[in-house]
Design a binder for this molecule. Structure first.
Ligand SMILES: Cc1cc2nc3c(=O)[nH]c(=O)nc-3n(C[C@H](O)[C@H](O)[C@H](O)COP(=O)(O)O)c2cc1C
Length: 304
């Protein structure tokens, strides 16, 4: 068996496969199930200063992918602070794995939330999903988190047309400790042909995730790995060990999984981890370290 342990910013993950924010980590009970399902670490659903007004329907499968318009947690922050983070922390401690707490969005919102969640958080992840193309709101959010807490701060990039290298460099200069890439892509749209209504409620727009997103997210990870010297959590369309290995070869330290867990349940985390293990053994590696960044230009052997 290969050694699947991974260190990220001083924290020890029992394998490189963690949840990405979404319905499978929407409360403490689900986070316990994710830990039982073999995740290498935990990450809790994004919360903001208010509960999200999630429109219905908010999830649908589309060919090759998945649409959602889930926004952030439907639970108010008070509920997370009084109940859910305790349960999440217990789940993490029982397995000896870290807990990353996801927060959104603006600098003033992060300034309010970060100190409150600190007692439970080993690391923060800041979602930039609704902050737009201008890097300044992201920089303000990073500043707010870094001045409020002493734990590492990850920034999660959305593939919304922004130039990834420039965005990653701006995040690094603002003091981010690592980058997650990517969130879902969009806005996207789908129609239920039986009713003529959009697949998503609200304004009808959704965000694309799942296999259709993978080449785009992978390109973002590949670009970010060449732009900054920060650890990366690769996210987007991962549903197998081979998918995870692609992200690790493009420069990711950990991988995050959301849509595959919605579709196939929480055992997917452990399943992907064991597929990584099988692949490493079959290729003569005893850990993931030797393959990290193998696809990056600096590591490629010239065949010319
Ligand atoms: C239903 C659903 C809800 C999501 N909610 C969040 C969220 O609250 N915060 C966040 O940063 N990303 C959220 N995401 C994005 C995922 O964490 C992930 O970045 C994206 O879906 C790509 O990964 P995947 O293809 O494995 O799903 C959500 C995705 C889905 C499908």
């Amino acid at each position: 068996m290969a050694n699947l342990n991974v260190e990220l910013l001083g924290l020890h993950f029992r394998n490189p496969v963690i949840p990405a924010a979404g319905p499978n980590v929407r409360d403490g009970v689900r986070l316990q199930e994710v830990a039982d399902g073999g995740a290498g670490g935990l990450l809790s659903k994004t919360i903001s200063v208010d509960a999200a007004p999630v429109p219905m329907p908010h999830m649908a499968t589309v060919r090759g992918g998945f649409l959602n318009t889930e926004l952030w947690s439907e639970l108010p922050p008070e509920r997370w602070l009084s109940v859910e983070y305790d349960l999440a922390r217990q789940a993490a401690d029982a397995m000896g794995i870290p807990l990353i707490v996801s927060l959104g969005y603006s600098g003033s919102e992060i300034a309010q939330l970060a100190p409150k969640v600190r007692p439970w958080a080993d690391m923060l992840e800041l979602s930039t999903h609704y902050l737009g193309e201008d890097p300044r709101p992201m920089i303000e959010a990073i500043d707010a988190a870094k001045s409020a807490v002493d734990v590492p701060v990850l920034v999660k990039m959305s593939p919304l047309g922004r130039e990834m290298k420039a965005a990653a460099q701006a995040a690094a200069e603002a003091g981010a400790d690592g980058i997650s890439a990517t969130n879902s892509f969009g806005p996207a749209f789908g129609v239920d042909v039986e009713t003529g209504y959009p697949l998503m409620g609200g304004k009808g727009y959704g965000w694309l995730s799942g296999p259709a997103l993978k080449p785009l997210s992978l390109r973002c990870v590949y670009d970010i790995a060449q732009a900054v010297d920060l650890p990366i959590i690769g996210v987007g369309g991962i549903s197998s060990g081979a998918d995870a290995i692609e992200f690790i070869m493009a420069g990711a330290t950990l991988v995050g999984v959301c849509t595959a867990a919605i579709m196939r349940g929480n055992n997917i985390y452990g399943k992907i981890a064991s597929e990584i293990d099988v692949w490493l053994e079959a290729h003569g590696y005893d850990s993931v370290e030797p393959i990290r960044g193998a696809a990056l230009p600096a590591r490629r052997v010239s065949h010319g």
